[in-house]
Design a protein around this ligand. Sequence first.
Ligand code: MN
Length: 238
Amino acid sequence: MQKSLIGITTRNGKDADGHPLTALQHSYIRAVVQAGGMPILIPSIFDEEDSLDLYSRLDGILFSGGGDVSLEYFRGDPHPRIGEVDPNRDSTEIGLMRAAVHDGKPVLGICRGAQVMNVALGGTLYTHIHDQIKGALDHAYPGDLRRVLVHPVNVNEESRAAEIFGETFLNVNSLHHQGLKDVAAPLRVVGHAPDGVIEVVEIPSHPYALAVQWHPEWLTDQIPMQRLFKSFVDAAGR
Ligand code: MN
């Protein structure tokens, strides 16, 4: 039996000579492979027609972490810390997300991917949590602390996420300075940090649409995170 083909969205970067790159951290690829899926990178430098052609061949899509979504897609406050905005990535991911939610194709959102899920479906974001949520914990740890557990997440007992994780209390990393604000209609918030910041959303009416605000791909030594990737790849195989 062929493995499920899992598209993973990518960022546009530059190599040491300044040449454009399509880039993705290995941690995402390893997590998909570990869960039994076949990863394939989704570039965001081609047109909508090709993007939809690739989309039609995928069994599931993992929306990876990255820079901030452009304010052009949601009502949010401008903030000097909004960074790494990439119009090609935004339009590619928002198009893919809308299609996958509409068609019932399995999707897993990670960090920016959770924000893309919300914005693509009509939700909004806090553009800099630290200045916009009073008393918020620090959620924006530096990139070298990807394996460090910095805050808990409480998952609603009555949720698909709780079933998937097998736990309702998780300890997670946190590398985001933005967060979900007004939540799009089809989404259900099913996990929070202790300060109220949204950390898990799911779409109950969808075969598999789940998104987390932390980075489980760096925590695959934890059984709940293994279960997350496994459930996603399994859903893509059905
Ligand atoms: Mn967090």
